[in-house]
Structures are given as structure tokens and as C-alpha cells.
Design a protein around this ligand. Structure first.
Ligand code: PGA
Length: 248
């Protein structure tokens, strides 16, 4: 039985004072949470979350990583640096990275591999735009994004990874995919992996992301192939994030 994983994605939000209150609030409400919980925070706050969350049930991670191990890459952050802050997870291929920073499937696959080489668990984001959904290519897009990772790292790499299905049209828009729409894509993803390795497919955590809130989390998480969520906006409120965690 797969355990649900709820991961917050703070994006470029927060400051030392607000983070302290947010983390305090989440920690205080974890008593009745059964799911795995993690937060992905901006790089400068990794030391803060490590200090605050060490020894708790909440894991932490980053939102991006360099594909390179080290070198003359001004402004970049390596996977080994994330290890120094005891990150467990790192998000790779978030649609904002793909759309705003031009990250290709190939680059995302390199970042995924760099994260795994350093022992981090990549959360690989995949998902289609509204235009792609409306032209009927959702599965082709998601397959292409996953195939780049499979070509570089192989299906066995998914034994130490998480996939987050995040339809771009649902991110930050308040327009959540219906449980049926999300489940259909999750089942497609798991079926694709099952064709390569049944054990890996059965154990693979596939999160849904895109306007998940306390009010809609349960109906999403009850779907057979939805194993929790990657939570943006709602992860910035302890109360709302905890409501989602409790639905997991
Ligand atoms: P959202 O973001 O929950 O604010 O839609 C999800 C994400 O981008 O990971």
C-alpha cells in the first residue's frame, strides 16, 4: 500500500519571520496527520527549515537544482549543496521552470539524474497546458516528459522518485482538475510505468498538483492512483495545509 505524500511548494514566497510562524503552526497540528509531509522552500531558507524541522515528521527540500555537480555556474545550486542542508526532496521540471525559464525535457532529465546521484529524491513535475489538453495531446505530452527521464536514468530510477502530475491550467488558477480528470492521467502514468516494471509502478507515488485546497483534497486523494499532492498557494497557510495533510 502506497503512503500518501503531501508536499508544500512555497514557490518564491516567505521571509524569516513568516516562515517561523508557518512552520510552527504546521508542526503544532501534525498530531492527527497520517500522510508523509514535506515542504519545498526557497534556497535561502533551507537552514531555517532544517533547524526548525529536524527531528520532526516533516521532511524538507528545494524547488530546483543544477544539472551540474560543481563549477563555474554563477547563481546555480548543486545537489551536494542541498545535501548539506539535509534536504530529502527536490522539485524538478516544475511547469514554471519549464515555461518561464525554458527548461527542456532534456534539461529536466539531467537535473533529475543529478539529484538522484546525490541521494536526493526528485519530485518530477509533468503536465499539459490548456491548449494541449484541448487539442487532445495530454497523454502524449506527459509521456514525452517522462520518456526523457526514462531514457537518461531508466525505469528503476523511479523507485527513488516521486512524480507530480500538475496540469498547467490548474496551477494557481483556482481551477482544479476534477478527480476523474486527474485520476485518468494518473492511471495513464502508472500504466505506462507498469509496462516497464510492475513493482516500480505499484510503489510509485504520483502526486496531483494544481489548486488543491482543504475543501477538494479528500475527493482527489481517494482516487486509486492519486497518492497525495504538491501544494502551492494553500501550503502558505498552516491551517489550510494541515487540512490537506489530514485528507491524505
Ligand atoms: P497551486 O500550485 O497549488 O497554487 O495551484 C501547485 C504547484 O505549482 O505546485
Amino acid at each position: 500500500m502506497r503512503r500518501k505524500l503531501i508536499a508544500g511548494n512555497w514557490k518564491m514566497h516567505g521571509n524569516l519571520v513568516d516562515n517561523e510562524a508557518l512552520l510552527h503552526g504546521i508542526l503544532a497540528g501534525m498530531g492527527d496527520v497520517k500522510a508523509g509531509v514535506a515542504v519545498s522552500v526557497p534556497f535561502p531558507y533551507l537552514a531555517q527549515v532544517k533547524a526548525k524541522l529536524a527531528g520532526s515528521r516533516i521532511a524538507w527540500g528545494a524547488q530546483n537544482v543544477s544539472q551540474h555537480a560543481k563549477g563555474a555556474y554563477t547563481g546555480e545550486i548543486s545537489a551536494a549543496m542541498l545535501n548539506d542542508f539535509e534536504c530529502k526532496y527536490v522539485i524538478v521540471g516544475h511547469s514554471e521552470r519549464r515555461a518561464v525559464y525554458g527548461e527542456s525535457d532534456q534539461l529536466v532529465a539531467e537535473k533529475y539524474a543529478a539529484a538522484q546521484t546525490a541521494g536526493l529524491v526528485p519530485i518530477l513535475c509533468v503536465g499539459e497546458t490548456l491548449e494541449e489538453r484541448e487539442s487532445g495531446v495530454t497523454e502524449a505530452v506527459v509521456a514525452r516528459q517522462i520518456d526523457a527521464v526514462l531514457a537518461k536514468s531508466g525505469v528503476i530510477s523511479l523507485a527513488n522518485a516521486v512524480i507530480a502530475y500538475e496540469p498547467v491550467w490548474a496551477i494557481g488558477t483556482g481551477r482544479t482538475a476534477s478527480p476523474e480528470q486527474a485520476q485518468a492521467v494518473h492511471a495513464f502514468i502508472r500504466g505506462k510505468i507498469r509496462g516497464l516494471d510492475a513493482d516500480v509502478a505499484n510503489n510509485l507515488v504520483i502526486q496531483y498538483g494544481g489548486s488543491v485546497k482543504g475543501a477538494n483534497a479528500a475527493e482527489l486523494f481517494v482516487q486509486p492512483d492519486i497518492d497525495g499532492g504538491l501544494i502551492g498557494g494553500a501550503s502558505l497557510s498552516a491551517e489550510e495545509f494541515l487540512a490537506i495533510c489530514r485528507a491524505g
